[in-house]
Design a protein around this ligand. Structure first.
Ligand code: HAM
Length: 429
Protein backbone atom coordinates (compact mmCIF):
# COMPACT_ATOMS: atom_id res chain seq x y z
CA UNK A 1 0.00 0.00 0.00
CA UNK A 2 1.29 3.50 -0.68
CA UNK A 3 1.83 5.86 2.27
CA UNK A 4 -1.40 7.80 2.63
CA UNK A 5 -1.34 11.56 2.57
CA UNK A 6 -3.80 14.10 3.81
CA UNK A 7 -6.32 15.43 1.34
CA UNK A 8 -5.22 18.83 0.03
CA UNK A 9 -6.51 21.70 2.17
CA UNK A 10 -7.12 19.44 5.21
CA UNK A 11 -5.00 19.63 8.34
CA UNK A 12 -4.13 17.55 11.39
CA UNK A 13 -3.94 19.34 14.71
CA UNK A 14 -1.25 17.89 16.96
CA UNK A 15 -1.71 18.27 20.74
CA UNK A 16 -0.28 21.78 21.09
CA UNK A 17 -2.46 23.28 18.34
CA UNK A 18 -5.48 21.17 19.24
CA UNK A 19 -5.17 22.44 22.80
CA UNK A 20 -5.12 26.02 21.54
CA UNK A 21 -8.20 25.48 19.36
CA UNK A 22 -10.06 23.93 22.26
CA UNK A 23 -8.93 26.81 24.47
CA UNK A 24 -10.45 29.35 22.04
CA UNK A 25 -13.56 27.20 21.75
CA UNK A 26 -13.82 27.20 25.55
CA UNK A 27 -13.62 31.00 25.61
CA UNK A 28 -16.30 31.20 22.89
CA UNK A 29 -18.55 28.91 24.94
CA UNK A 30 -18.00 31.09 27.99
CA UNK A 31 -18.96 34.21 26.02
CA UNK A 32 -22.11 32.39 24.85
CA UNK A 33 -23.01 31.68 28.46
CA UNK A 34 -22.31 35.24 29.60
CA UNK A 35 -24.61 36.62 26.88
CA UNK A 36 -27.35 34.01 27.25
CA UNK A 37 -26.80 32.03 24.01
CA UNK A 38 -27.84 28.37 24.21
CA UNK A 39 -25.59 25.92 22.40
CA UNK A 40 -27.08 23.87 19.58
CA UNK A 41 -25.52 21.18 17.41
CA UNK A 42 -26.59 21.02 13.76
CA UNK A 43 -25.53 18.50 11.08
CA UNK A 44 -22.41 18.94 8.96
CA UNK A 45 -24.42 17.69 5.97
CA UNK A 46 -27.39 19.73 4.77
CA UNK A 47 -29.45 19.89 1.61
CA UNK A 48 -27.61 21.70 -1.16
CA UNK A 49 -30.63 23.90 -1.86
CA UNK A 50 -30.67 25.24 1.69
CA UNK A 51 -26.97 26.04 1.78
CA UNK A 52 -26.89 27.46 -1.73
CA UNK A 53 -30.01 29.65 -1.44
CA UNK A 54 -28.38 32.83 -0.19
CA UNK A 55 -24.72 31.95 0.23
CA UNK A 56 -23.62 34.17 -2.63
CA UNK A 57 -21.82 33.06 -5.77
CA UNK A 58 -18.39 33.08 -4.15
CA UNK A 59 -19.27 30.49 -1.49
CA UNK A 60 -21.83 28.65 -3.62
CA UNK A 61 -19.20 27.81 -6.23
CA UNK A 62 -16.89 26.44 -3.54
CA UNK A 63 -19.21 24.05 -1.76
CA UNK A 64 -18.42 20.37 -1.33
CA UNK A 65 -21.65 19.25 -2.98
CA UNK A 66 -22.57 15.74 -4.08
CA UNK A 67 -25.42 13.29 -4.46
CA UNK A 68 -25.87 10.82 -1.60
CA UNK A 69 -26.72 7.17 -2.22
CA UNK A 70 -30.41 8.02 -2.03
CA UNK A 71 -30.04 10.50 -4.88
CA UNK A 72 -30.37 13.61 -2.68
CA UNK A 73 -28.28 16.63 -3.57
CA UNK A 74 -26.41 17.45 -0.35
CA UNK A 75 -23.41 19.53 0.69
CA UNK A 76 -20.99 19.95 3.59
CA UNK A 77 -21.93 23.15 5.40
CA UNK A 78 -19.83 26.18 4.40
CA UNK A 79 -21.32 28.19 7.31
CA UNK A 80 -23.80 27.85 10.19
CA UNK A 81 -26.31 30.61 9.49
CA UNK A 82 -28.39 28.68 6.95
CA UNK A 83 -28.77 25.74 9.36
CA UNK A 84 -29.82 27.96 12.26
CA UNK A 85 -32.29 29.82 10.01
CA UNK A 86 -33.70 26.45 8.89
CA UNK A 87 -34.29 25.52 12.53
CA UNK A 88 -36.03 28.80 13.27
CA UNK A 89 -38.19 28.43 10.15
CA UNK A 90 -39.25 24.90 11.17
CA UNK A 91 -38.71 23.22 14.56
CA UNK A 92 -38.37 26.47 16.50
CA UNK A 93 -41.04 28.29 14.52
CA UNK A 94 -43.30 28.89 17.50
CA UNK A 95 -40.62 29.59 20.09
CA UNK A 96 -40.97 32.96 21.81
CA UNK A 97 -38.48 35.54 20.59
CA UNK A 98 -35.76 36.59 21.00
CA UNK A 99 -33.86 33.39 20.38
CA UNK A 100 -30.16 33.42 21.12
CA UNK A 101 -28.24 30.50 19.67
CA UNK A 102 -24.60 29.50 19.69
CA UNK A 103 -22.79 26.79 17.73
CA UNK A 104 -19.21 25.81 17.18
CA UNK A 105 -17.74 23.33 14.74
CA UNK A 106 -16.04 22.62 11.45
CA UNK A 107 -17.08 23.93 8.06
CA UNK A 108 -15.98 23.27 4.49
CA UNK A 109 -15.21 25.53 1.56
CA UNK A 110 -13.20 24.57 -1.50
CA UNK A 111 -11.03 27.69 -1.12
CA UNK A 112 -7.52 27.89 -2.55
CA UNK A 113 -5.34 26.84 0.40
CA UNK A 114 -3.14 29.73 1.56
CA UNK A 115 -2.34 31.72 4.72
CA UNK A 116 -5.47 31.56 6.87
CA UNK A 117 -7.61 30.03 4.16
CA UNK A 118 -8.36 26.34 4.58
CA UNK A 119 -10.81 23.88 3.11
CA UNK A 120 -11.81 22.73 6.57
CA UNK A 121 -11.97 25.41 9.23
CA UNK A 122 -13.70 26.18 12.51
CA UNK A 123 -16.12 28.87 13.61
CA UNK A 124 -17.91 29.92 16.74
CA UNK A 125 -21.24 31.29 15.59
CA UNK A 126 -23.87 33.36 17.40
CA UNK A 127 -27.32 34.23 16.04
CA UNK A 128 -29.86 36.55 17.68
CA UNK A 129 -33.27 35.99 16.12
CA UNK A 130 -36.44 38.04 16.45
CA UNK A 131 -35.25 41.58 17.08
CA UNK A 132 -34.86 44.35 14.52
CA UNK A 133 -33.64 46.80 17.14
CA UNK A 134 -30.19 48.39 17.04
CA UNK A 135 -29.45 47.03 20.53
CA UNK A 136 -29.47 43.54 19.00
CA UNK A 137 -26.82 44.57 16.46
CA UNK A 138 -24.85 46.24 19.25
CA UNK A 139 -25.01 43.04 21.31
CA UNK A 140 -23.47 41.00 18.48
CA UNK A 141 -20.62 43.49 18.22
CA UNK A 142 -20.17 43.52 21.99
CA UNK A 143 -19.93 39.77 22.28
CA UNK A 144 -17.39 39.71 19.49
CA UNK A 145 -15.38 42.29 21.36
CA UNK A 146 -15.67 40.15 24.52
CA UNK A 147 -14.32 37.09 22.71
CA UNK A 148 -11.39 38.95 21.19
CA UNK A 149 -10.51 40.25 24.65
CA UNK A 150 -11.07 36.89 26.33
CA UNK A 151 -8.51 35.15 24.10
CA UNK A 152 -6.05 37.98 24.77
CA UNK A 153 -5.90 39.62 21.33
CA UNK A 154 -4.71 43.22 21.09
CA UNK A 155 -5.13 46.06 18.59
CA UNK A 156 -8.08 44.48 16.83
CA UNK A 157 -10.25 46.77 14.73
CA UNK A 158 -13.93 46.54 13.77
CA UNK A 159 -14.57 47.36 10.13
CA UNK A 160 -18.23 48.38 9.93
CA UNK A 161 -20.68 49.20 7.16
CA UNK A 162 -24.35 48.87 6.22
CA UNK A 163 -25.33 47.06 3.03
CA UNK A 164 -28.69 48.85 3.16
CA UNK A 165 -27.07 52.10 2.05
CA UNK A 166 -25.90 50.86 -1.36
CA UNK A 167 -28.68 48.32 -1.86
CA UNK A 168 -31.44 50.80 -1.15
CA UNK A 169 -29.98 53.37 -3.53
CA UNK A 170 -29.81 50.67 -6.21
CA UNK A 171 -33.36 49.50 -5.43
CA UNK A 172 -34.68 53.05 -5.69
CA UNK A 173 -32.99 53.11 -9.12
CA UNK A 174 -34.81 49.87 -9.97
CA UNK A 175 -31.67 47.73 -10.22
CA UNK A 176 -32.69 44.06 -9.95
CA UNK A 177 -31.63 42.03 -6.90
CA UNK A 178 -29.53 39.70 -9.05
CA UNK A 179 -27.52 42.58 -10.45
CA UNK A 180 -27.24 44.11 -6.99
CA UNK A 181 -25.79 40.83 -5.72
CA UNK A 182 -23.13 40.88 -8.43
CA UNK A 183 -22.28 44.49 -7.63
CA UNK A 184 -21.98 43.68 -3.91
CA UNK A 185 -19.79 40.64 -4.66
CA UNK A 186 -17.39 42.86 -6.59
CA UNK A 187 -17.39 45.46 -3.82
CA UNK A 188 -16.60 42.69 -1.33
CA UNK A 189 -13.51 41.86 -3.39
CA UNK A 190 -12.64 45.55 -3.55
CA UNK A 191 -13.06 45.52 -7.32
CA UNK A 192 -14.73 48.92 -7.20
CA UNK A 193 -14.08 49.89 -10.84
CA UNK A 194 -15.75 46.79 -12.23
CA UNK A 195 -18.57 47.22 -9.69
CA UNK A 196 -19.11 50.79 -10.87
CA UNK A 197 -19.13 49.64 -14.50
CA UNK A 198 -21.92 47.22 -13.61
CA UNK A 199 -23.82 50.00 -11.85
CA UNK A 200 -23.55 52.09 -14.99
CA UNK A 201 -24.61 49.20 -17.24
CA UNK A 202 -27.69 48.70 -15.05
CA UNK A 203 -28.96 51.97 -16.47
CA UNK A 204 -29.00 54.08 -13.30
CA UNK A 205 -29.24 57.86 -13.27
CA UNK A 206 -26.13 60.05 -13.48
CA UNK A 207 -26.83 61.21 -9.93
CA UNK A 208 -26.83 57.62 -8.69
CA UNK A 209 -23.54 56.80 -10.40
CA UNK A 210 -21.84 59.89 -8.97
CA UNK A 211 -23.29 59.17 -5.51
CA UNK A 212 -21.94 55.62 -5.48
CA UNK A 213 -18.58 56.70 -6.92
CA UNK A 214 -18.21 59.17 -4.06
CA UNK A 215 -19.57 56.81 -1.40
CA UNK A 216 -17.11 54.00 -2.04
CA UNK A 217 -14.24 56.35 -1.26
CA UNK A 218 -15.60 57.35 2.14
CA UNK A 219 -14.05 55.60 5.12
CA UNK A 220 -12.29 56.36 8.37
CA UNK A 221 -11.89 55.90 12.09
CA UNK A 222 -13.78 59.00 13.23
CA UNK A 223 -16.98 57.12 12.81
CA UNK A 224 -19.53 59.83 13.43
CA UNK A 225 -17.76 62.20 11.04
CA UNK A 226 -17.66 59.47 8.41
CA UNK A 227 -21.39 58.90 8.87
CA UNK A 228 -21.95 62.62 8.35
CA UNK A 229 -20.05 62.60 5.05
CA UNK A 230 -22.09 59.60 3.95
CA UNK A 231 -25.32 61.38 4.84
CA UNK A 232 -24.37 64.30 2.63
CA UNK A 233 -23.96 61.95 -0.32
CA UNK A 234 -27.14 59.92 0.02
CA UNK A 235 -29.61 62.84 0.25
CA UNK A 236 -32.66 62.14 -1.88
CA UNK A 237 -32.46 58.38 -1.33
CA UNK A 238 -34.78 58.26 1.69
CA UNK A 239 -34.42 54.58 2.51
CA UNK A 240 -30.64 54.80 2.31
CA UNK A 241 -30.84 57.72 4.73
CA UNK A 242 -32.81 55.46 7.11
CA UNK A 243 -30.10 52.82 6.77
CA UNK A 244 -27.48 55.36 7.80
CA UNK A 245 -29.60 56.45 10.74
CA UNK A 246 -29.82 52.81 11.80
CA UNK A 247 -26.03 52.45 11.61
CA UNK A 248 -25.59 55.62 13.65
CA UNK A 249 -27.90 54.29 16.37
CA UNK A 250 -26.01 50.99 16.54
CA UNK A 251 -22.61 52.67 16.79
CA UNK A 252 -23.89 55.14 19.38
CA UNK A 253 -25.11 52.24 21.51
CA UNK A 254 -21.76 50.50 21.18
CA UNK A 255 -20.00 53.72 22.27
CA UNK A 256 -22.36 54.13 25.21
CA UNK A 257 -21.24 50.82 26.70
CA UNK A 258 -18.11 52.62 27.81
CA UNK A 259 -15.90 50.02 26.17
CA UNK A 260 -13.15 51.52 24.02
CA UNK A 261 -13.69 49.80 20.69
CA UNK A 262 -11.57 50.70 17.70
CA UNK A 263 -13.88 51.03 14.69
CA UNK A 264 -13.52 52.05 11.08
CA UNK A 265 -16.60 52.81 9.00
CA UNK A 266 -16.41 52.04 5.28
CA UNK A 267 -19.22 53.15 2.99
CA UNK A 268 -18.27 50.71 0.23
CA UNK A 269 -17.99 47.71 2.56
CA UNK A 270 -19.96 44.65 1.42
CA UNK A 271 -19.71 40.99 2.46
CA UNK A 272 -19.63 37.88 0.29
CA UNK A 273 -22.84 36.36 1.63
CA UNK A 274 -26.03 37.50 -0.08
CA UNK A 275 -28.47 37.46 2.81
CA UNK A 276 -27.30 40.63 4.57
CA UNK A 277 -29.80 43.47 4.73
CA UNK A 278 -28.31 45.83 7.31
CA UNK A 279 -25.23 46.49 9.41
CA UNK A 280 -22.21 44.34 8.50
CA UNK A 281 -18.84 44.08 10.20
CA UNK A 282 -15.53 42.26 10.23
CA UNK A 283 -12.58 42.16 12.61
CA UNK A 284 -8.95 42.69 11.66
CA UNK A 285 -5.60 42.71 13.49
CA UNK A 286 -2.58 44.65 12.15
CA UNK A 287 -0.55 41.43 11.78
CA UNK A 288 -2.93 39.90 9.21
CA UNK A 289 -4.69 41.12 6.08
CA UNK A 290 -7.64 38.71 6.30
CA UNK A 291 -10.68 39.02 8.58
CA UNK A 292 -10.87 37.08 11.86
CA UNK A 293 -14.66 37.36 12.11
CA UNK A 294 -17.60 38.46 10.05
CA UNK A 295 -21.24 39.14 10.69
CA UNK A 296 -24.24 41.33 10.21
CA UNK A 297 -28.00 41.69 9.98
CA UNK A 298 -30.13 39.51 7.69
CA UNK A 299 -33.83 40.20 8.10
CA UNK A 300 -35.31 38.13 5.30
CA UNK A 301 -33.59 34.75 5.35
CA UNK A 302 -35.95 32.94 7.72
CA UNK A 303 -39.03 33.93 5.80
CA UNK A 304 -37.27 32.86 2.60
CA UNK A 305 -36.92 29.42 4.19
CA UNK A 306 -40.68 29.32 4.81
CA UNK A 307 -40.68 30.65 8.38
CA UNK A 308 -42.41 33.64 9.92
CA UNK A 309 -40.83 36.99 8.99
CA UNK A 310 -38.04 37.13 11.59
CA UNK A 311 -35.41 39.84 11.77
CA UNK A 312 -32.00 38.47 12.73
CA UNK A 313 -28.40 39.41 13.31
CA UNK A 314 -25.33 37.25 13.91
CA UNK A 315 -21.62 36.71 13.66
CA UNK A 316 -19.11 33.94 13.04
CA UNK A 317 -15.59 33.98 14.46
CA UNK A 318 -12.93 32.08 12.52
CA UNK A 319 -11.18 30.03 15.20
CA UNK A 320 -8.24 29.08 12.94
CA UNK A 321 -7.57 32.71 12.15
CA UNK A 322 -7.97 33.77 15.78
CA UNK A 323 -5.39 31.11 16.61
CA UNK A 324 -3.03 32.47 13.93
CA UNK A 325 -3.47 36.00 15.28
CA UNK A 326 -2.72 34.77 18.82
CA UNK A 327 0.43 33.04 17.58
CA UNK A 328 1.55 36.18 15.77
CA UNK A 329 0.85 38.33 18.83
CA UNK A 330 2.51 35.72 21.05
CA UNK A 331 -0.55 35.61 23.29
CA UNK A 332 -0.07 33.55 26.44
CA UNK A 333 -2.75 31.00 27.29
CA UNK A 334 -4.07 30.95 30.81
CA UNK A 335 -3.39 27.42 31.92
CA UNK A 336 -5.19 25.68 34.66
CA UNK A 337 -2.88 22.74 34.50
CA UNK A 338 -1.29 21.40 37.65
CA UNK A 339 1.81 19.31 38.02
CA UNK A 340 2.63 16.38 35.75
CA UNK A 341 3.91 13.14 37.23
CA UNK A 342 5.47 9.94 35.93
CA UNK A 343 5.25 6.78 38.03
CA UNK A 344 8.14 4.37 37.47
CA UNK A 345 8.26 0.87 38.95
CA UNK A 346 11.81 -0.28 39.67
CA UNK A 347 11.07 -3.76 38.47
CA UNK A 348 8.46 -5.83 36.62
CA UNK A 349 6.78 -7.20 39.73
CA UNK A 350 5.92 -3.71 40.96
CA UNK A 351 3.83 -2.77 37.90
CA UNK A 352 0.59 -3.31 39.80
CA UNK A 353 1.77 -1.07 42.66
CA UNK A 354 2.71 1.62 40.11
CA UNK A 355 -0.79 1.47 38.63
CA UNK A 356 -2.31 1.68 42.09
CA UNK A 357 -0.28 4.80 42.93
CA UNK A 358 -1.21 6.38 39.61
CA UNK A 359 -4.88 5.79 40.45
CA UNK A 360 -4.51 7.43 43.87
CA UNK A 361 -2.91 10.49 42.27
CA UNK A 362 -5.49 10.79 39.48
CA UNK A 363 -8.30 10.53 42.02
CA UNK A 364 -6.75 13.69 43.48
CA UNK A 365 -6.86 15.34 40.03
CA UNK A 366 -3.15 15.04 39.36
CA UNK A 367 -2.08 14.23 35.77
CA UNK A 368 -0.11 10.99 35.80
CA UNK A 369 1.65 8.83 33.28
CA UNK A 370 2.90 5.36 34.08
CA UNK A 371 6.13 4.02 32.59
CA UNK A 372 4.85 1.46 30.07
CA UNK A 373 8.00 0.80 28.05
CA UNK A 374 9.65 -1.36 30.71
CA UNK A 375 12.66 0.98 30.80
CA UNK A 376 15.21 1.22 33.58
CA UNK A 377 14.63 4.07 36.05
CA UNK A 378 17.52 6.18 34.67
CA UNK A 379 16.17 5.97 31.09
CA UNK A 380 12.60 6.72 32.16
CA UNK A 381 13.80 9.74 34.17
CA UNK A 382 15.79 11.03 31.22
CA UNK A 383 12.67 10.89 29.08
CA UNK A 384 10.55 12.63 31.74
CA UNK A 385 13.22 15.36 31.94
CA UNK A 386 13.15 15.82 28.19
CA UNK A 387 9.39 16.29 28.32
CA UNK A 388 9.70 18.77 31.21
CA UNK A 389 7.55 16.78 33.62
CA UNK A 390 7.45 17.98 37.22
CA UNK A 391 7.75 14.85 39.39
CA UNK A 392 8.71 11.22 39.18
CA UNK A 393 7.33 8.73 41.71
CA UNK A 394 9.71 5.80 41.90
CA UNK A 395 8.18 2.63 43.25
CA UNK A 396 10.84 0.41 44.86
CA UNK A 397 10.64 -2.73 46.97
CA UNK A 398 12.55 -1.40 49.97
CA UNK A 399 10.42 1.75 50.35
CA UNK A 400 7.19 -0.14 49.71
CA UNK A 401 7.87 -2.40 52.69
CA UNK A 402 7.58 0.73 54.83
CA UNK A 403 4.50 1.98 52.92
CA UNK A 404 6.56 4.63 51.12
CA UNK A 405 7.79 5.64 47.63
CA UNK A 406 10.50 7.99 46.39
CA UNK A 407 9.32 11.31 44.99
CA UNK A 408 11.78 13.14 42.76
CA UNK A 409 11.40 16.80 41.89
CA UNK A 410 12.67 16.73 38.31
CA UNK A 411 13.36 20.42 38.03
CA UNK A 412 15.32 20.75 41.26
CA UNK A 413 16.82 17.28 40.94
CA UNK A 414 16.01 16.50 44.56
CA UNK A 415 14.33 13.44 45.94
CA UNK A 416 12.86 12.22 49.19
CA UNK A 417 11.06 9.20 50.59
CA UNK A 418 7.40 9.87 51.34
CA UNK A 419 4.63 7.75 52.92
CA UNK A 420 2.02 6.76 50.33
CA UNK A 421 -0.74 8.52 52.27
CA UNK A 422 1.23 11.78 51.96
CA UNK A 423 2.13 11.70 48.25
CA UNK A 424 -0.74 13.96 47.18
CA UNK A 425 0.31 16.62 49.64
CA UNK A 426 3.96 16.22 48.65
CA UNK A 427 3.14 16.87 45.02
CA UNK A 428 0.45 19.50 45.36
CA UNK A 429 2.48 21.28 48.03
P1 HAM B 1 -17.87 34.59 6.70
O1 HAM B 1 -17.32 35.98 6.61
O2 HAM B 1 -18.02 33.84 5.45
O3 HAM B 1 -19.25 34.71 7.45
O4 HAM B 1 -16.96 33.76 7.68
C1 HAM B 1 -16.69 34.21 8.99
C2 HAM B 1 -15.26 33.90 9.37
O5 HAM B 1 -14.96 32.53 9.13
C3 HAM B 1 -14.22 34.66 8.56
O6 HAM B 1 -14.01 35.96 9.06
C4 HAM B 1 -13.00 33.78 8.76
O7 HAM B 1 -12.39 34.07 10.01
C5 HAM B 1 -13.58 32.39 8.81
N1 HAM B 1 -13.39 31.73 7.51
C6 HAM B 1 -14.18 31.79 6.42
N2 HAM B 1 -13.68 31.03 5.42
C7 HAM B 1 -12.53 30.49 5.89
C8 HAM B 1 -11.54 29.62 5.35
N3 HAM B 1 -11.62 29.13 4.11
N4 HAM B 1 -10.49 29.27 6.13
C9 HAM B 1 -10.39 29.76 7.40
N5 HAM B 1 -11.29 30.56 7.96
C10 HAM B 1 -12.35 30.94 7.23
C11 HAM B 1 -20.09 33.66 7.74
O8 HAM B 1 -19.75 32.50 7.68
C12 HAM B 1 -21.45 34.07 8.24
N6 HAM B 1 -22.25 32.85 8.42
C13 HAM B 1 -21.33 34.88 9.50
C14 HAM B 1 -22.67 35.28 10.06
C15 HAM B 1 -23.34 34.66 11.07
N7 HAM B 1 -23.44 36.27 9.63
C16 HAM B 1 -24.57 36.31 10.33
N8 HAM B 1 -24.51 35.32 11.22
Amino acid sequence: MPAFRRVRGMRDFLPEEAQMMKYIEGKARKVARLYGYGEIITPVLESYELLAAKAGEEIRSRMYAFEDLGGRKVALRPEFTASVARLVATTLRNEPKPLRMFCVGNLYRYDEPQQGRFREFWQSNYELMGSSKPEADAEIMMLTNSLMKAVGLKNFVFKVGHVGVLRRILSQEKVQDKVQNRIMQLMDKKEYDTALELVEEAGVSEKCLVTIQKLVRIKGGKVFEVLQSMEKQVKGYERAVDALENLREILELVSETGEKIHMIVEAGFARGLEYYTGMVFEIYVPEMSISLCGGGRYDRLIEMFGGEPTPAVGVAHGLDRIMMAMQKQKTLLETEEGKTVIVIPIKEELKGEALKISRILRDADIAVEVEVMGRKVAKALEDADRRKMDYAVIVGERELKEGSVVIRNLERREQKTVKIESIIEAIKG
